[in-house]
Design a protein around this ligand. Structure first.
Ligand SMILES: Nc1nc2c(ncn2[C@@H]2O[C@H](COP(=O)(O)OP(=O)(O)OP(=O)(O)O)[C@@H](O)[C@H]2O)c(=O)[nH]1
Ligand SMILES: [Mg+2]
Length: 438
């Protein structure tokens, strides 16, 4: 470990009563994300970049660093092989665990698909769990152009990571094409993706560590997520001005992570973080929460709200929706690391996370014109919230009279993967379509 690797205990002691947060970036992409966060330090949160690649680590100027498995790779990276990434991390699992000792919450950031990220992230998650922390993974999935081998490595890495972590948020890198112009330089596009992930982590940190109007207490977060191996969705949006609540909701509901409302419809737990200046109005919170409640059905809703002078006139909302895991079968995660050998079919979860074909929701709200006063705008939000509530669709997938039968000699065949989707899996399940049973 380098000189600065030990978490900053002085900062921690200043924050008695606040959860201790550690952030680990695994591999090249994870290191970039952690660097982004370390650029603007968060009191009480310490950042560590871990990699098998010594050269890549030496370029990290902001976060503390740890070379994984120097005896395994001699600091020369895992070369795209998750087996090597995993062996390297296992060689230093004790160090990882020590670094996590005393932490309440550990964020693990990685771009899955690479050797180090796919192999070492689950080991780092296990180390953090052994140290007693709640572990939340944030995983970027490869671009479609990176090919099916990378995708499959990423999906296997994701399955393993979900087995070890309490919740994993998966963000397809392909989404950056929705978010910014494809003609922008590649480095800029990746930096924008990293900034957006870092922003979401910062939003959660702010909510947990800063005194707010309504504090989200860490105990409730732990109770909501611990041990569920959740599949989670994270979306963040901000806006300024009188109609900011409406705009934030528009942006959130057009976020690819929102999956056309499916993320909320399937969630068992939804955490919503509001941050704004002293002018943040209860009405704005109420209106956004009512939209969420309408879509999230029976999910348990947790929310917190922080007021920060520097956010005057602005509203920032971060939303974490979690669906508790059917865990992938042990066999799928203990299958081969290699993308060229047969592996068990990736989970429906992973398919949908890499599915780019989600249908965006039509906006069900009409924004007030700009000249409308703040009070009038709020009345409009309230009226629309009421109207939308009446339109709520309570339909649920009824049980189909299916006969379950073995796939016979096709049981252990290599799945047919296209753009991260297992085409052997029924389309209606992949696309979340509700079938009529009569
Ligand atoms: N969002 C984001 N994704 C990235 C970035 N850099 C790489 N990726 C993605 O992350 C995947 C893994 O890349 P790396 O993190 O460089 O791989 P690694 O874990 O270091 O693996 P090895 O070099 O094989 O040991 C890539 O396939 C890309 O899809 C980045 O800065 N941001
Ligand atoms: Mg690397």
């Amino acid at each position: 470990m380098n000189e600065n690797t030990k978490p900053d205990e002085t900062a921690l002691s200043l924050l008695k009563g606040c959860p201790v947060i550690r952030i680990i970036g695994v591999g090249g992409a994870g290191g970039n994300m952690v660097d982004e966060l370390a650029a603007d330090p968060m009191p009480g949160a310490s950042c560590l970049a871990v990699d098998t690649d010594l050269q890549a680590l030496s370029r990290r100027s902001r976060a503390a660093t740890l070379v994984l498995g120097a005896d395994v790779t001699r600091g020369l990276s895992a070369g795209g092989d998750p087996k090597i990434g995993r062996a390297a991390a296992e060689a230093d699992e004790e160090q990882l665990q020590q670094w996590c000792e005393g932490a309440d919450l550990v964020f693990l950031l990685a771009g899955l698909g690479g050797g180090t990220s796919s192999g070492a992230s689950p080991v780092a998650a296990r180390a953090a769990k052994t140290a007693g922390a709640l572990v939340l993974g944030l995983a970027a999935m490869p671009f479609e152009f990176e090919g099916s081998r990378r995708q499959r490595q990423a999906i296997l890495g994701l399955a393993r990571l979900r087995q070890e972590a309490d919740a994993v948020v998966c963000v397809p890198n392909q989404q950056v094409f929705h978010a910014c112009e494809a003609s922008r330089p590649a480095a800029e596009v990746l930096a924008a993706a990293n900034r957006s992930l870092a922003g979401a982590v910062r939003g959660l940190w702010r909510l947990l560590a800063r005194p707010g109007l309504v504090n989200l207490d860490f105990g409730s977060l732990r109770a909501a997520l611990a041990g569920h191996h959740s599949e989670s969705w994270l979306a963040a949006a901000e806006a300024a001005g009188d109609t900011r609540a409406f705009e934030v909701w528009e942006r959130l509901s057009h976020c690819p992570a929102f999956q056309a409302g499916r993320a909320l419809a399937e969630a068992e737990s939804v955490l919503v973080s509001f941050a704004g200046g002293p002018d943040l109005a209860m009405m704005e919170i109420e209106w956004i929460m009512s939209q969420i409640k309408e879509l999230a059905g029976n999910a348990s809703l947790l929310f917190g709200c922080a007021v920060d002078e520097s956010l005057a006139g602005r509203l920032e909302v971060t939303l974490l929706a979690s669906r508790f895991g059917e865990m992938p079968a042990e066999s799928s995660a203990s299958a081969s690391d290699s993308a060229t050998e047969p592996v068990a079919a990736p989970t429906e979860v992973a398919n949908r996370l890499t599915d780019q074909n989600t249908i965006r929701p039509r906006s069900r709200c009409v924004p007030p014109p700009p000249e409308v006063s703040q009070e009038k705008a709020r009345q409009l939000y309230r009226r629309q919230a009421g109207r939308n509530r009446r339109k709520r669709d309570n339909s649920m997938q009824a049980m189909l009279p299916l006969e379950v039968f073995s796939k016979g000699r096709f049981e252990n065949t290599v799945p047919t993967i296209h753009n991260g989707q297992d085409l052997d899996y029924p389309t209606y399940l992949r696309w979340g379509i509700t079938l009529k049973t009569n």
